[in-house]
Structure formats: structure tokens, C-alpha cells
Write a new protein. Structure first.
Lengths: 979, 93
């Protein structure tokens, strides 16, 4: 540990051991991984994205483009961690990325030699032809070379949390301006949340040698945080990045709870906050920008303010002999602070003419001159000036000026405005709702100005909400001037990088301009400038300035860069929170779920529901055995199926009948109490929406069912009709889907079985309770129930509903009572087979593109009344006789199987769109008929019964001759269901 | 977004389902003809600015609301129960 300086905010009583590429190193609590690496003399830390050039630590904050590392191992391995914000902990394992072989001898560095061929737009220009090379060659090669770190390939063992916070005033950034703002608003009594991405509050106060109120800036920050923490109305969140500004004063923030602890720490690793704030003060500070010159990416070339931060805050010297290159006053501060810390500054190079000013501490001062090149293998050894002079330096601190962090002002499409004095973008006029900007983020780049503008913003926000500001003396601080003369890049031999993370050099920007990319948005997409994890925090303005220079325009004429969320990367795990695996979304279980689970059911997801798909017996090895047995069981005796998932909508009111007449295509108001009617609902555009049955339980009481998939949409639609179209109808709706467990009891023995269940006074004989009857009854000795004589299977069938809490028990009771008939439980597959055998349309047929006529249900649209969809159902092209109509299909070779999605072609016709006659929608093996059957739509429909066509599936490669038949394969006259 | 529900106060937009233009309230009379229904179903203005639109409080009280929203800023300018709007526009039974 040779590079430690005196002082700093590290805790020397807590040494920490960590490793970099397997080498053990020492740091202290309070270090970042970057500061600890610098203190250990590690300058080379990464290889660049495209050219694999050696790279070092460039900054001391979240803007870092170079020092991306992989931290942790195994399931905890996390790539692309910015070493500059990663807190050091005992046992931390860091690895460098993006190289083959050792970091100091990257085999991929050959790409740097090929760089003349890897200019802007290289991918677009090169991988154009031949097209067949894409999949086999180009893509694998690009994928192998692209990207930085590698993800762990096992599931993330960490947990993540989400939370909601509310504030009167959200203060973003706890530097001098943010602390003042929070203090002003907090003292006034407003509920304040103060967030800072760093692990200690203070911002630049921690990186500078300034005094505030006679104490070091960092101490003043600490004292202020102490006062804030004692205020009950203030919440301070460090390690928390406000990454996005959303509508109506909603902010996204991420707190890193345990990233500073060894992997596997207790509790959620990160918390994603949704903060709702009435006012916000953005005090996000400013980010220093570099100057582009040849070789400006050599390890050791760093931002000047960051060099100062490493020396002042982390007591780590980034070099032993440091040169400073600046175009503004801030660079001088770095020279001064380094000297004060006893670090040798070999030259202060200022591109400006500065008159009589003297460099601090007798540092050699070179003015009106610039750096034109650098040298040194794997790290800086010297810099060359425009005068030709060479200056020895193992670190070059570069300052091209400061860019206010305006990113969050742009998240609602705000556009920053250019300021010539600061040569930087400032927040524009169109700020997000309730936001004010203070301190360096608003261009107040000196301490005194930051403190006073922060206080003003905090007071204004509080006062706006009715809180009275408290009078307190303004903290005293030196207010050093900040003056800058823009200098964007220096001409010279060799690559001068604009965007270090994406390896975009000045020549790439110039080339893009020559090739016609005049918009900064196009420049970004063509060169990749400003993309990836740092989103061009140090590169964007520089790139824009160079583009402006090429175009001979001013920067504001050339464009502005605006920003979208997130400000810094947000892990997918944090966005998911606890919603992963089983908790990804709620599971709805049917009332008979427990019984089904105990009796061999396998389950299928149907929307949010888990439904039994079949009940395998121990000796059954293939699902078809189970399904065929269930179908045969129902058709020959009786079966029981849980149909609770169908939507149930209770409809009551004096006008309930009129309402149903208007939402259904057929008439409901005239059918008697105690009856069920099949209904078809249309959308207003005339296409079929959903089919269902509605039972009339009383004069003013109906119960509608809706298909499982459409239950929510139907209810929403009915409420729309009720509230928006006919607000004065006396009708009320409530969803009772979950209130009733409902089971189909189907098969020739269904009545015999149910007679054992219903209470003695209930007569369910065919005369008393015929097909399409319904009644409110009791079962099992007094349990309220509803009984419907409806059939989906085509057999004699009932559906019995009981309050959900009785569901599981009733299912078992039905099976028990049916034992003497060999009753089978059946699942969704058998249900589906029987509905295809009966030709009932479901979602595959009522798919939003088919009309009542297409479905063979044209007669259901009543001519006697209006209904939703009536007018547009009669449009000419929906009446065309050539529209495909629903029919059934049988393979000519009865042993052949059918495929849903196959298209119908005439015998001998080429498989082209022009020859397409329709498509297969549903297929199954019919155990009743002993061969495959299908439903589908074909032009001409029922007029073509008996004709043979081909069902062609070009994707799966099948071509089967099929006969067009009635869609009603089993019992077309409906004798069984009336029995 | 936060939608100030006329009955329930400020509610998060995630509790709602969006339908679209509030002109869907103005369903033509049954005898108005295909053209009138065609315009009703398919023709929409797409204003840059104030837009009256229907939102359904699905995870709430199941009210349909007419929300006036500035499409440029997402500012909510007014919220009413769709039922009240419908009545005002002459809809009844």
C-alpha cells in the first residue's frame, strides 16, 4: 500500500482485504473498489469494448466509462459493476472484463490493429452480405466479441423489495445544494426525503478541501445530516439513486441495501422505491468532462476533479507524478490540493492565456498550450505538448469543464438550454411538474452559490406548500470563481476518444458527419456514442460539440442531447422485486383443486387459473390414454368436471331483461324464469365477442356466464354499456365468479347420480327439469345450490353450483356418489375433445375475426331489436357468401392426424396465398369416432359438405386429404342432451 | 400517473384500464345507419393536447370515468363519472 496520503474519509482502523484478478490487496472501510485499486497502484483495470485497449480508472463516480468489473462469483457474480461506486468490503473478489488471456496481454487487442477497418458504422457496412452468413457466421462472431462482463448463469439468489414513499419535498442529491435545500424545507416542517447515490452524504463537499462555517466541508455535511436525521419529518436515504422522473410527481429510486456487504447478506439486496412527491429539488451536481486528444484513453489519464477526490476523500494518490491539463479554473484546484497533500505535480497545463496568475506551490505553469499526445505501455509515462515538450507524468488530470447533471430534467421531454458562459447545458424551462433545480445542476458551480441556491429552492418548495421557512444564518464559505474557455479536442496523431466506453473517437464523429449524419440522434445511433452503461455521461456534450464544429454551427444550432430513465442502470431483479417464480403472479386455484391434486390431476394454466387437464390413473403412461378414458367414461356413463373458471355475472334490476336484449344478439327479455338461454355477444364492430349462457333465476334476476378467457373483458364491457350508454337503466352487475363453485355432471347417468345429491323435495326428472331448465335448490341436506340443465359435452348434463367453500367437498361427494356408475373426474382436455365432437366454438373460433354468420350462428342475431354490433355486422363485406365458414373435417385416411393452423387447399393447388381457402382452428382425436377430427373455416362452408380438400401445414410439413363434414360429429340432432 | 377519482380521491393509474376516446359514449341511435356506426367505431381524433378519454377503475369501484388528459404532458385536467357525462349528453335509458 504505497499510494496512501494523509487524511481522507477512510477508516484506517478497519482494514479490508480484497482481490483483483486473484491478487490479494488491502484497503480500508470507506474506500470504493476504485480508490482501493489506485491506492494499491493498480492503474490498468479494464480492456475497452471494441479495440480492447488498456484502460484505467477514469472518474470517481457513477459516470465511470472504463472501470467496469465483475464482482463476486458463482450465483452472486455480477458484471459491469462500476468500481468507482462499488464500496469495498472484506473478501470482495473483483475481476476485469473483456479480455482473452491476462489483462496485461489481451489476445483480442489485435482488434486495435484492425481499427482502420472498424470505423463508425462498421457493422452496418460490413455484415451486409451474403445474407446466408448472418445466422451461421456473423451473428455468432459478433455475439462472442460484443458485450462486456458475463452474467451468472444460475438464478439470482438475492432478494429484492419494492416500496412506496410519499413526500412534500423530494431532494435529489445531498451535496451542498441538496443539504441546504433539505435543511430549509425540513426546518420549515415539510415532509422531506433526501436521496444520494453515494454511501456518505456530502457530494463534492467530501472531495474538496473547502471549509464551510469554519469546518472542513465533509464535517459540515456530516453535522447537517445529523440535524436532518433528528427531524422527524425528514428521511435520509443514502446509497439511493433517483433514476427516473415519471408523470405526476412520481420518481423511481433504487436503494442498494446490502451491496456494500459480502454476498449473501440478510435482507433484500436492493429496494426499488416509487416516491410520490409534491415538489422536488434536483441537486444532482455536475459531471466533469474530458478533452479529446490523441492517446487520452491511456490508463492514468483521469478527470481532474476525480483525481482531487481520490486525494482528498480517499487518501489515495492516482499517481506519483501528476500533470494537470485544463481549460478552466477548476483544474487549478486539483493542482493546488495535490500539492497540499504532498503529491508531486509535474505541470499545470492550461489551454487559456491566464495573464499574471501564478500556479500554486511553484508548480511549473504552461499556459496557452495543450496536450497533443501521450505515451507509456499499459499506463501513462509522459505527455507531449503542442510545443513538442514532453512532460513526465504517470497520471494526467484532465478538466474540460463541468456539465450540470440535467438528466432528470429531461425525463418528461424537457430540453436543456445551452449556456455560453459555462459552455454547458443548463436545465431548460420545461421542467417536470413540481421540480426546481439548484446548485451545480443549475449551473451554480461554486460552493457559496450552491449553498444559497439550494436553500432558496428548499424554502420555495416548502413555502409553496404552505410551510413557513425558518430564519437561520447562511453558512459561510469561500466562493472561488469558475471560468472556462471551451476546448473540446486537440488535433493530433492517433485516436482521440470522445466516448471511452464505446470506443468512439473524434474521427468517428467526423466520419459520421461526412457520411451525412447531421442530427445528434443519428450520430448516436450510427457511432454508438453515448450508449451502454454510462449513457455518455462524460461523452455526450463533447460529441455534440465536435459534430457542431464539423457542421460549422453553434452547439444549440446542432442540437441537444436529452436523457431518458434510468439515470444509472437498474437491475432487472430490482424491477421484478418479489414478483418472481411462484410469486410472479397470483395463481387462482379452482375449488376442487385439493381433491384434484390428491387424485392424480396434472394442471394447466388457463389465464390466471390452474385447471386439471386430466386425471391419470397409475397404469396410464400417455396423456391420450387418460383423456380418451375420460371421454368414453362421460359418453358411456357419467363424468364430473370443475367449470368454476367460467365467468359468472349476477345481473339484477327492473331493466335487466332490456339490458340483456341490447348486449346479446338474441332476445332474452321474453324467456321465462327457471330457464337458461344460450346467447351470443357481438362487439360493436359486428364481430363475435363471446358466447355464453344466461339463466333467469327471477323476474329481475339473471346469472350470466362468460368464457374463462373473456370473463374480465365481458364484465368490463357490460359495465361500459351500463354506465356510458344507458346510465338510467335500472340494472346492476356484480362478478360472482369466485363466489360459486360450479361442476358439470355429464353423461347418461348424470341424473341418477345427481338424484343422490339433491335434497329429497327437488325433482330433477326430465318432465320437471327439462333441458335448459334452472333452479335454486338445496343439496346434501340443506346446502344452497343452483342447478342448470345445460350441456357442453352433448350428453345429458347438469351444472351444479354451491358456495365456493363447499366446492372441494362437493366434488368428492359427487365422485363418491357416482362410484356405482363408474363416474370419472374429467379435465380440460376431455372437455375440449367433447366440445370439438359437438362442434362448439371457443376462443380458437371466436377469435375476433369471425362473425355470427361465419360461425354458423347467423340466425341468433335477432332482426327484431337493436344490439351492440348489429349495425356493423351487416356491412357488405361481412355478408359476402365467400367468407370462410365453420365446418368439420375428417381425414380421408382415418389413421392420419390433423394439425390446427393448417390451411385448406383444393386438390392439386399450389400452396400460395391466392389459393388459400381457409384454416383449421381446432383438432383432436375423437375416441367416440376412433379417428382425428377438426374444426375450421373454409370458403363456401356448409355448401361444400362431402368435398375433399387438403389441409396443408408448411411449417410442420404435413399435407393431409380431409373431407368437409358437418361440425356436429356426435349426436347432431341433440337426442342425448334432451334425454 | 395519478387519477383523481371523483368519489375515491387520488388513485394510481395502475388501478385503471384504459379504453380510449370518450366519444364512445355518443353511440348513434340504432337506426342511424352503417356510416354513422362506422364513424363511431373507427374514427378518432388524435389531439396533441387535451383529450377526453375513458378509464375503467377495474381494481377499484368499477366506475367508468371520463378523464381529460393533456396528451403532451399527461396533466389531468378534469375527471368525471362517465355516467354523469353520459346523462349530460342526453343518454338515459
Amino acid at each position: 500500500m504505497t499510494k496512501r496520503l494523509p487524511g481522507g474519509l477512510i477508516d484506517r482502523s478497519k482494514p479490508l482485504t480484497f482481490s483483483f484478478n486473484g491478487r490479494t490487496m488491502q484497503g480500508f472501510a470507506g474506500d470504493t473498489l476504485a480508490s482501493a485499486l489506485l491506492a494499491n497502484g493498480q492503474r490498468l483495470v479494464a480492456r475497452s469494448f471494441k479495440y480492447h485497449r488498456p484502460r484505467g480508472i477514469f472518474s470517481a463516480g457513477s459516470e465511470e466509462p472504463n472501470a467496469l468489473m465483475t464482482i463476486g462469483s458463482g450465483a452472486f457474480q455480477e458484471p459491469n459493476v462500476r468500481a468507482t461506486v462499488a464500496e469495498l468490503y472484506e473478501g470482495l473478489e473483483a475481476k476485469s472484463q473483456n479480455h482473452r488471456g491476462p489483462l496485461s496481454f489481451d489476445l483480442m487487442a489485435v482488434t486495435d490493429l484492425l481499427s482502420p477497418f472498424l470505423s463508425a458504422g462498421f457493422y452496418y457496412k460490413t455484415f451486409m452480405w451474403p445474407a446466408s452468413f448472418w445466422e451461421k457466421f456473423y451473428e455468432p462472431v459478433i455475439r462472442e466479441s460484443a458485450g462486456l462482463g458475463e452474467l451468472a448463469t444460475t438464478p439470482d439468489p438475492s432478494t429484492y423489495d419494492k416500496g412506496f414513499l410519499h413526500a412534500d419535498v423530494l431532494v435529489i442529491g445531498a451535496g451542498p445544494a441538496g443539504l441546504s435545500a433539505a435543511l430549509a424545507a425540513g426546518r420549515a416542517g415539510a415532509r422531506v426525503i433526501l436521496c444520494d447515490e453515494d454511501f456518505i452524504a456530502g457530494g463534492r463537499l467530501n472531495g474538496e478541501a473547502h471549509e464551510v462555517d469554519g469546518m472542513p466541508g465533509a464535517e459540515w455535511a456530516e453535522a447537517t445530516i445529523r440535524e436532518l436525521s433528528e427531524l422527524p419529518n425528514v428521511r435520509v436515504l443514502t446509497r439511493t439513486t433517483v433514476f427516473g422522473v415519471f408523470d405526476h410527481g412520481i420518481f423511481g429510486a433504487l436503494t442498494r441495501n446490502t451491496d456494500h456487504l459480502a454476498p449473501g447478506a440478510d435482507g433484500p439486496r436492493q429496494t426499488l422505491w416509487r416516491i410520490t412527491a409534491k415538489r422536488a429539488v434536483l441537486a444532482a451536481g455536475a459531471t466533469e468532462r474530458p478533452i479529446a486528444f490523441a492517446g487520452n484513453d491511456r490508463p492514468g489519464v483521469m478527470l481532474a476533479g476525480s483525481v482531487r477526490t481520490y486525494a482528498n476523500r480517499f487518501a489515495a494518490a492516482p499517481g506519483a507524478r501528476i500533470a494537470v491539463f485544463t481549460n478552466n479554473d477548476d483544474g487549478w484546484r486539483t493542482a493546488r490540493d495535490l500539492t497540499a497533500k504532498g503529491v508531486e505535480v509535474t505541470a499545470l497545463i492550461d489551454s487559456r492565456a491566464v495573464g499574471e496568475r501564478k500556479a500554486p506551490g511553484g508548480i511549473p505553469l504552461l499556459t496557452g498550450t495543450v496536450v497533443t499526445g501521450t505515451s507509456g505501455r499499459l499506463g501513462l509515462a509522459s505527455v507531449t505538448l503542442s510545443s513538442g515538450e514532453r512532460i513526465a507524468a504517470d497520471c494526467l488530470a484532465v478538466s474540460g469543464g463541468w456539465n450540470p447533471n440535467v438528466a432528470l430534467t429531461c425525463h418528461q421531454r424537457g430540453r436543456p438550454r445551452w449556456d455560453d458562459m459555462l459552455a454547458a447545458f443548463l436545465p431548460g424551462a420545461d421542467l417536470p411538474l413540481g421540480m426546481a433545480v439548484a446548485g451545480a445542476a443549475n449551473g451554480a458551480l461554486t460552493f457559496g452559490a450552491a449553498l444559497s441556491s439550494g436553500r432558496a429552492a428548499g424554502e420555495a418548495a416548502a413555502a409553496d406548500l404552505g410551510f413557513s421557512p425558518v430564519d437561520a444564518p447562511m453558512p459561510k464559505t469561500d466562493d472561488e470563481p469558475y471560468a472556462v474557455s471551451p476546448l473540446w479536442h486537440v488535433e493530433g496523431k492517433g485516436k482521440a476518444f470522445v466516448d471511452l466506453q464505446n470506443d468512439v473517437a473524434v474521427k468517428d464523429v467526423k466520419l459520421a458527419h461526412r457520411e451525412g449524419y447531421r442530427s445528434v440522434e443519428h450520430l448516436k445511433r450510427y457511432t454508438t456514442l453515448g450508449m451502454a452503461t454510462d449513457q455518455g455521461k462524460t461523452a455526450n456534450v463533447l460529441g455534440l460539440a465536435i459534430l457542431a464544429e464539423c457542421a460549422g454551427k453553434t452547439i444549440p444550432e446542432t442540437g441537444t442531447t436529452i436523457f431518458r430513465p434510468p439515470y444509472t442502470p437498474v437491475p432487472i431483479g430490482a424491477l421484478a422485486g418479489a414478483s418472481r417464480g411462484q410469486a410472479f403472479r397470483p395463481v387462482r386455484k379452482t375449488p376442487s383443486h385439493r381433491w384434484a391434486e390428491a387424485h392424480g390431476a396434472s394442471f394447466v394454466e388457463v389465464g390466471p387459473w390452474l385447471r386439471a387437464e386430466w386425471f391419470a390413473l397409475p397404469d396410464e403412461t400417455h396423456w391420450r390414454q387418460s383423456v380418451d378414458r375420460e371421454v368414453v367414461g362421460v359418453r358411456n356413463s357419467v363424468g364430473i368436471c370443475d367449470v368454476t373458471t367460467l365467468g359468472k355475472i349476477d345481473i339484477q334490476g327492473r331493466d335487466a331483461g332490456i339490458f340483456l336484449d341490447r348486449v346479446y344478439a338474441n332476445i332474452f327479455s321474453t324467456f321465462p324464469v327457471g330457464k337458461v338461454r344460450y346467447g351470443l355477444m357481438l362487439r360493436e364492430d359486428g364481430f363475435a365477442f363471446d358466447d355464453s349462457t344466461t339463466a333467469r333465476l327471477g323476474e329481475m334476476h339473471y346469472v350470466m356466464t362468460a368464457s374463462t378467457a373473456n370473463a374480465v373483458a365481458v364484465f368490463r364491457h357490460l359495465e361500459f354499456c351500463r354506465q356510458c350508454l344507458w346510465p338510467d337503466l335500472d340494472v346492476h352487475l356484480i362478478s360472482t365468479t369466485d363466489a360459486w363453485a360450479q361442476f358439470a355432471v355429464a353423461g347418461p347417468n348424470a341424473r341418477k347420480l345427481l338424484e343422490k345429491i339433491v335434497d329429497p323435495e327437488v325433482d330433477i326428472s326430465n318432465d320437471a327439469f327439462p333441458f335448459m331448465a334452472c333452479a335454486e335448490i338445496t343439496v346434501c341436506g340443506g346446502v344452497d345450490a343452483r342447478l342448470f340443465r345445460i350441456s357442453f359435452s352433448g350428453e345429458l348434463a347438469f351444472e351444479v353450483a354451491v358456495p365456493s367453500r363447499y366446492g372441494n367437498s362437493l366434488f368428492g361427494t359427487l365422485i363418491e356418489a357416482g362410484r356405482e356408475f363408474g363416474a370419472v373426474p374429467y379435465g380440460t382436455e376431455a372437455l375440449g375433445v367433447m366440445r370439438v365432437e359437438k362442434g362448439h366454438a371457443v376462443g380458437a373460433e371466436i377469435n375476433g375475426q369471425t362473425t355470427a354468420r361465419d360461425l354458423g350462428l347467423g340466425r341468433m342475431v335477432s332482426a327484431k331489436k337493436d344490439c351492440i354490433g348489429k349495425a356493423l355486422a351487416d356491412r357488405d363485406h361481412l355478408m359476402e357468401p365467400g367468407r370462410p365458414q365453420l365446418v368439420g373435417f375428417k381425414p380421408v385416411d382415418r389413421a392420419a392426424s390433423l394439425v390446427a393452423g393448417a390451411h385448406f387447399l383444393k386438390e392439386g393447388a399450389e400452396p400460395t396465398m391466392a389459393n388459400d381457402e381457409g384454416w383449421m382452428t381446432s383438432v383432436c382425436h375423437s375416441p367416440t369416432l376412433g379417428h382425428a377430427i377438426g374444426l375450421g373455416f373454409i370458403a363456401g362452408g356448409l355448401k361444400r359438405l362431402g368435398e375433399t380438400v387438403r389441409a396443408v401445414d408448411l411449417v410442420g410439413g404435413s399435407d393431409v386429404a380431409v373431407e368437409i363434414v358437418s361440425p356436429h360429429f356426435v349426436d347432431p340432432e341433440g337426442v342425448r342432451l334432451r334425454g | 400517473m395519478i387519477i383523481p377519482h371523483p368519489l375515491l380521491g387520488p388513485r394510481d393509474a395502475s388501478e385503471f384500464v384504459y379504453l380510449g376516446d370518450a366519444s364512445l359514449i355518443d353511440r348513434p341511435a340504432p337506426e342511424a345507419g352503417i356510416d354513422a356506426f362506422h364513424d363511431y367505431v373507427y374514427q378518432r381524433d388524435n389531439p396533441a393536447g387535451a383529450h377526453r378519454e375513458l378509464w375503467f377503475h377495474e381494481h377499484g369501484d368499477r366506475s367508468w370515468l371520463v378523464v381529460t388528459r393533456n396528451t403532451l404532458t399527461h396533466e389531468i385536467l378534469a375527471v368525471e363519472l362517465a355516467k354523469d357525462v353520459a346523462r349530460r349528453r342526453g343518454r338515459g335509458r
